[in-house]
Write a protein that binds this ligand. Sequence first.
Ligand code: GEK
Length: 326
Amino acid sequence: MEREAIAFWPPDYLDEFGSLLNYVAILEVRGDRQPWIWSDRVQPYRAAVQSVYELKTEWFDVSEAAIRVGKAHELTPKQAEQWMAALKTFCPWKKGPFELFGIPIDAEWRSDLKWERILPHIQPLAQRKVADIGCHNGYFMFRMIHENPELVIGFEPVAKHFWNFQLIQNLIQQPNLYFELLGVEHIDLYPNVFDTIFCLGILYHHADPIGLLRKLREALEPGGELIIDCQGIPGEEAIALTPRKRYAQAKGIWFLPTQSCLETWIARAGFTDIHCFYAEPLSLAEQRRTAWADIDSLKEFLNPNDLTRTIEGYPAPWRYYVRASK
Ligand SMILES: Nc1ncnc2c1ncn2[C@@H]1O[C@H](C[S@+](CC[C@H]([NH3+])C(=O)[O-])CC(=O)[O-])[C@@H](O)[C@H]1O
């Protein structure tokens, strides 16, 4: 594959914001990880992006639940066939929904529900520098275009997701959206840079959530805003559950806090103005099996006789959304 055939890679925002950034260290980690996107493991995704690389469109609408890009009539029958094949390569689609050249993609997660709940509670994103930690295929980054941020950097170390993002970004070539193969652990390379940081679906995957919150705080401008979505457990006390092995079938889950425990972590990491604006059980309408994600999903991860328990017997997941200031 032609390495040139990727939009905006490597990201070039460092020149613009270089004085603010730990420039050399970022380039070093980026250099170490660049081979990941050319590795054999992700070859099918790379090939899928390459197969439709010449497709471009002026038409997109990111203001509603399904991110719509391109219209069906813009493609020849041959292109439509290639496009469908490329989309199928990325199954299971875990984050969405999308409608791409007229093809509706109902993903496992209704990411639009999360975005609708968050948007009314945050500072308007216009002209802000934004980080989206664990941006996956960029669903929220694309939705952000509608809010006119100055730039959005998505941090996501999984190369499959890089190619899924490219599949869409190549069509619309949005110059202020950047994808970095970096993890949340690299966020301290961006001291005092961001006006808004989204940390959605991340904290419970890490063994040191308070240390991570401290790093996120370092990366915010004074007065900047952190938006957290964290999976947790119900309860009044400020305690967290650590599963012995798996939790709702997932590996790599370390701490599932109650709402007050999460708020305490955020406070102890030095944030102020802490406000939890959403606290509900995760619903079977939000995470479920679909035609584009034909995989076991929340329904299979809960006890079929008692939906308040996971199949391992732990309390079933809740989601807590919190905003806080530096
Ligand atoms: N070290 C890391 N640093 C950052 N991200 C990572 C790391 N390791 C894995 N990821 C990525 O973090 C994301 C976690 S999912 C949330 C997606 C989105 N934010 C959402 O809110 O729907 C969790 C969920 O949906 O439960 C995945 O895309 C991982 O590849």
